[in-house]
Design a protein around this ligand. Structure first.
Ligand code: PGA
Length: 256
């Protein structure tokens, strides 16, 4: 199976020129890398600017609303629907990123509605889960279980083939590579996540479902996460704005 490496640009960069530069810098390398599915998630505003023709790079969005105007009405000022994204050439969407949960009060119920609408549109959904902190009593495991169970409630089993889980411990986001989670702990976490997913998603799909790691993924730790942590790829924040760093991660993923 191909690795999946997703660039989460967040609210960056400031200008369309810079966005185009970063995009072309990544595209040049991604073009030659066949063992990796490369996805770039820019701010909504830049999505239509990128020329994807003949490119291996896929486009993603950082969020999507839970109502599709094609299925109903859309009086939702400021929102973007999964159908609109699909028509703009988007293939993936990140849902439930911890920054949206924290800054915009997104609950598991809201995340669930978004996951549902996006999957129904045919987008591939990268559902983010992760704990704020680890405690000795392991309450954080229950927290992640709830995020998964409530986030995926009532979704058609056939739609799960388009689901990816991004495990992103919040305490490891936006740090340095050395402060990321450890590969051993991410391996344990993926095993746990698959155990929780099995009754929801079904045995077979759970086995094939990609689990990617996010939280200061950088060239320095990428190989260990892939080899020892056995992740299927990465959700990359700060390092995705620097083509030389992101491309390095792509190369490592291609070879691991
Ligand atoms: P980071 O961000 O790589 O800067 O830690 C990851 C994310 O928030 O998706």
């Amino acid at each position: 199976m191909k690795k999946l490496v997703v660039a989460n640009w967040k609210m960056n960069p400031q200008t369309i020129e810079e966005a185009n530069n970063i995009f072309s810098g990544i595209k040049r390398t991604a073009q030659k890398i066949t063992g990796v599915e490369t996805v770039i998630c820019p701010p909504f505003l830049y999505i239509s600017a990128f020329k994807l023709k003949d490119s291996l790079v896929k486009l993603g969005a950082q969020d999507a609303f839970w109502v599709n105007p094609l299925a109903g009405k859309g009086p939702y000022t400021g929102e973007i629907s999964p159908d609109m994204l699909k028509m703009a050439g988007v293939k993936y969407v990140i849902i439930g990123h911890s920054e949206r949960r924290e800054n915009f009060g997104e609950t598991n119920e809201m995340v669930n509605k978004k996951v549902k609408a996006a999957l129904e549109s045919g987008l591939k959904v990268i559902l983010c889960v992760g704990e704020k902190e680890r405690d000795h009593e392991h309450a954080y495991l229950r927290f992640i279980k709830t995020e998964l169970e409530e986030g995926l409630r009532g979704i058609k089993k056939t739609n799960f083939k388009n689901l990816v889980i991004a495990y992103e411990p919040i305490w490891a986001i936006g740090k340095k590579g050395a402060e990321a989670d450890s590969p051993e702990s991410v391996l344990q976490m993926s095993i746990y996540i698959r155990r929780v997913l099995q009754p929801i998603v079904g045995k077979e799909l759970t086995h094939d479902l990609p689990i990617i790691y996010g939280g200061s993924a950088e060239p320095v730790n990428a190989e260990a996460f892939l080899k020892e942590g056995k992740v299927q790829g990465f959700l990359v924040g700060h390092a995705s704005l620097k083509p030389e760093q992101f491309n390095e991660i792509l190369k490592i993923a291609n070879e691991s």
